[in-house]
Design a binder for this molecule. Structure first.
Ligand code: HEC
Ligand code: HEC
Length: 119
């Protein structure tokens, strides 16, 4: 009986430890990353949100990440296409703000590019 209690206590402790390590892991995952060179997009984007936006841009232009980024350093501004994209984003935001409402998202890269780098 005594042994059983010790064993039960140990199992409980173990599961608490395992569960709390899972929690640290998932809250780390949701942590807001410090972007190194984000100038127009919100600094507060999570990695999941950033990935979704970048996937959408790639699809809209029918390109891969390397169209705008040099390999291994997403923060670098080495490519002309990345610089142009910031202007494109500013333009897109301004069109939405002026004609459709801020954050309406009515106009997107896809509206004009429709899968082509050169619409
Ligand atoms: C059409 C151009 C374009 C494509 C394609 C693109 N990106 Fe980006 N990416 C940008 C621009 C522009 C920024 C910076 C935005 C800003 O300054 O607000 C950026 C920023 C980032 C950042 C933040 C880096 C930092 O720390 O400053 C990451 C990460 C990233 N892109 C990943 C990707 C991945 C992964 C893909 C492919 C799925 C991708 N990008 C495709 C233009 C592009
Ligand atoms: C109102 C229409 C419109 C919107 C919205 C728009 N673009 Fe463009 N974009 C153009 C036009 C037109 C060109 C010039 C095409 C050419 O040079 O042949 C262009 C050119 C570009 C280029 C340079 C061409 C190349 O080599 O890739 C990039 C990069 C680009 N756009 C990214 C974006 C991104 C990213 C978005 C969304 C944040 C966006 N654009 C939204 C119309 C638009």
């Amino acid at each position: 009986m005594r042994l059983y209690k010790i064993f039960a206590g140990f199992t409980l402790l173990l599961s608490i430890l395992v569960l709390s390590s899972f929690r640290t892991l998932s809250s780390k995952d949701e942590e807001k990353p410090q972007w190194r060179n984000v100038q127009i997009l919100p600094q507060t984007l999570t990695r999941v949100e950033m990935d979704a936006i970048m996937e959408a841009w790639s699809t809209a232009l029918g390109v891969s990440c390397s169209h705008c980024h040099v390999k291994g350093n997403m923060a670098a501004d080495d490519k002309e296409e990345k610089i142009i994209s910031r202007k494109m984003l500013t333009m897109t935001n301004e069109i939405n703000e002026k004609y459709f409402g801020k954050d309406s998202g009515t106009i997107s890269c896809m509206t004009c590019h429709n899968g082509h780098a050169h619409p």
